[in-house]
Each structure stands twice: as C-alpha cells, then as structure tokens.
Design a protein around this ligand. Structure first.
Ligand SMILES: [Zn+2]
Ligand SMILES: [Zn+2]
Length: 372
C-alpha cells in the first residue's frame, strides 16, 4: 500500500466542526421551530462553502441562509480557537456533550475536499474515467436518461454504470424486469450516437436482511452487473457480516454500495466484521464503494484504509440523483486520497475495455482478478 500523500493542514477551527455544532444547537431547539431551522440552514451553508471560515474577516450574516442568530453562534465557535474547544463551547451552551457527535464524525465538508485534493500527488480527478453509481428519474433521481447520458459525455467521461433501483425499493420507484429491458434499448440507442462514451446498464440491487438481492444479471439478463447495497435494518444492533458476504458472493455483483449505510447526523450504519467483509470482496474481485454523497460518505476514511489494507478494489461514485450531484465524485476521491488508495485499485480508473472485462468477470461468477 502506498503512503498517504501529505494533505495541507486543516485550519484550527473547521467548517465541518462548526456545522456539526450548529446541528447540535438545532437539535436542542423545538423541532421544526424557527431557531432549529435557522441553525440547520447555516450548517448546510457551512458544509457547502469552498473555503474554511477560520482566519478570514467578513460579515458572517452575509453568508447564504445565515441569520443573525446563527452568525452569532458561528462567531462564538470560530473564536473558541480550535475544533476541540468548539466541543467545549457547545457543551457549555447545551449543558451536556453533543449526544449525536458520533453520527457526525468522519464526514467532510466541501472545503475539506478542496483542501485534500489541492495536495500534489496521489489519485486525482484526471485518473477517473467514469462514475459507477447513478440514478435517473426512472427511479428516484431527477435527471431523464438522455440528459444524464449527455452530461457525462460532455464532461469527458469515457463510460458510466447506470444504477437505478429495482423492485424492492418500490418507494424509490424501483424498476421491474420489463422496465430494465426498455432502459437497455434506450441506452443502446444513446450509446450508438455517442462517439467517445459508453453507458453500461446496471442496477442498484437491494440487499435483503438475509443477504439475497432483488435483481441480478441472472434474473434480468439485460443488465450487465449490479451495485448491491443495504437500505433496511440499518439501525439494528446485530452483526451483519453474513448479510454482506452473501451479497458479495452473488454472481453479478460488481460493487458493494455504501457499505455501512450511515447517514450524516441520522444514523451510524450497520455493524459488521469489516476485515471479513473486505477479505470476501478482495477474494471475489468485488469493488468496495467510496460513495461520495456528502450525507453518506460511505466508507468513512478510516474504514477505507482497512479495506485498502485488505487488498480490495474500489469504486468511487457520486450516487447522483440530480445534475448538481455529479460533482460528489470529488468527495469519494478525497476519501480515497486520505486512505492512500492508488489508481491501480480503482475500477473507474480502468480503461473502458478493461472495465468491461472486469464487469464480465463479475457477471460470470466473480473470478479472482489480478491486482497490482
Ligand atoms: Zn442506495
Ligand atoms: Zn443509489
């Protein structure tokens, strides 16, 4: 495993830490009340800013969606002098430690991502040829397929894996076999007109509690492979190693999607013997996803490093549900950087032909791939 490239040091107080503290203030207010909404809106603004606020001089209340009440809190946190002191200042305001701190730990803000990616060396955006987790308005996304196809081609991507939900995610408008067949025909027609870009047709398969999947290339031959992910039982205290390993060992599974199922400020995700899960994935050549959706950031950086040390391949993805989400790939890239993952381990850094061959291997039963 290559050494982790140096990352420019974070400021003493990060937007990430201040945003988490604002959410703790929001949670202490009347749910749905004005103060709660103001703190939440300000937290969202801070997480999206491209630069950290600490050490800069300007009017906080001029930031988008930051009211005077929120600006006062942000000012107090910035003045505390360090991320650790923010915790103390918050505990003093709340009269207790933040009970949800663990559900906001190890996430990144846009400013963190920009700082991490500004360091020279290591995996970069130029290494990535594709996004491998994408939704259209046919399931729960907002982009029509032709628009998504065009956006990726115009961006210069060489290929993509389309992954709308299947039937078990009926709440997300999951597709039935006939819908996948229609989508296959539509993608084939779009691919025929594209010069430098190929969209592969996959699906986001749902991993049931027993580890079985709602869609695979065996049940729907029109799809080439699936990203398999958990969407239920995410707050269960039980160990879910067997559930994940069974999914990984199912022919046609190319990627284990958002493995923990964690959600920022909402839940920590499932428990599992992660080294065993990663060993199973490494043995089958199944890639572990670094889901870049900022609310997921799943795997978190420390677990990504464990997966890297286990010899896993990785898939970096945006899990985009709208055009604005396509840039979330950078969050996955930042996690890969923090974990010291080289481009040779990233399946969306493969050439189109090598990626197609790797997908075909997953489809035919998951031979063990050579790795460097
Ligand atoms: Zn999902
Ligand atoms: Zn998804």
């Amino acid at each position: 495993m290559s050494a982790v490239p140096p990352v420019p040091p974070a400021p003493a107080v990060t937007n990430t830490r201040v945003a988490a503290a604002l959410l703790a203030l929001a949670a202490a207010e009347e749910p749905g009340g004005r103060a709660s909404k103001e703190y939440r809106a300000a937290a969202r603004t801070l997480r999206n800013l491209r630069a950290d606020l600490h050490g800069r001089r300007f009017a906080l209340a001029s930031l988008p969606d930051v009211t005077h009440r929120a600006a006062d809190a942000i000012g107090a946190f910035l003045a505390s002098g360090s991320d650790e002191n923010v915790g103390d200042a918050l505990a003093a305001m709340l009269d207790r430690a933040d009970p949800a701190a663990g559900r906001k730990a190890d996430f990144l803000s846009q400013a963190d991502v920009d700082r991490i990616l500004s360091a020279p060396g290591g995996l970069s955006r130029a290494d990535l040829c594709a996004d491998l987790h994408l939704h259209t308005d046919r399931s729960d996304g907002r982009m029509p397929l032709p628009r998504l196809h065009r956006a990726l081609e115009n961006r210069g991507d060489r290929y993509a894996l389309l992954t709308d939900h299947a039937r078990d995610c009926a709440v997300a408008g999951g597709l039935f076999p006939g819908d996948f067949r229609a989508q296959r025909r539509e993608v084939d027609a779009l691919n025929a007109r594209a010069e430098t870009f190929t969209m592969f047709v996959g699906a986001e398969a749902n991993i049931a509690e027993d580890g079985t999947l709602d869609v695979t290339p065996r049940s729907v031959p029109e799809i080439e492979a699936v990203v398999a992910s958990v969407h239920t039982g995410l707050r269960s205290p039980r160990d879910q190693t067997g559930r994940l390993v069974r999914a990984i060992e199912t022919p046609g599974v190319a990627v284990l999607g958002h493995p923990k199922g964690r959600l920022y400020d909402m839940r920590s995700g499932i428990r599992a013997d992660w080294p065993r899960v990663f060993a199973a994935a490494a043995a089958r050549g199944v890639a572990i996803e670094l889901n870049g959706c900022p609310e997921r950031l799943d795997l978190p950086p420390a677990l990504a490093r464990v997966a890297a040390d286990s010899g896993c391949l990785f898939s970096l993805s945006s899990d985009a549900h709208a055009a604005a989400h396509l840039s979330f790939l950078d969050f996955g890239l930042a996690v890969a950087r923090l974990a010291g993952i080289p481009s040779s381990r990233v399946v969306n850094a493969f050439s189109r032909d090598r990626f197609a061959a790797w997908l075909e291997e997953r489809r035919s039963g998951g031979a063990i791939t050579e790795r460097t």
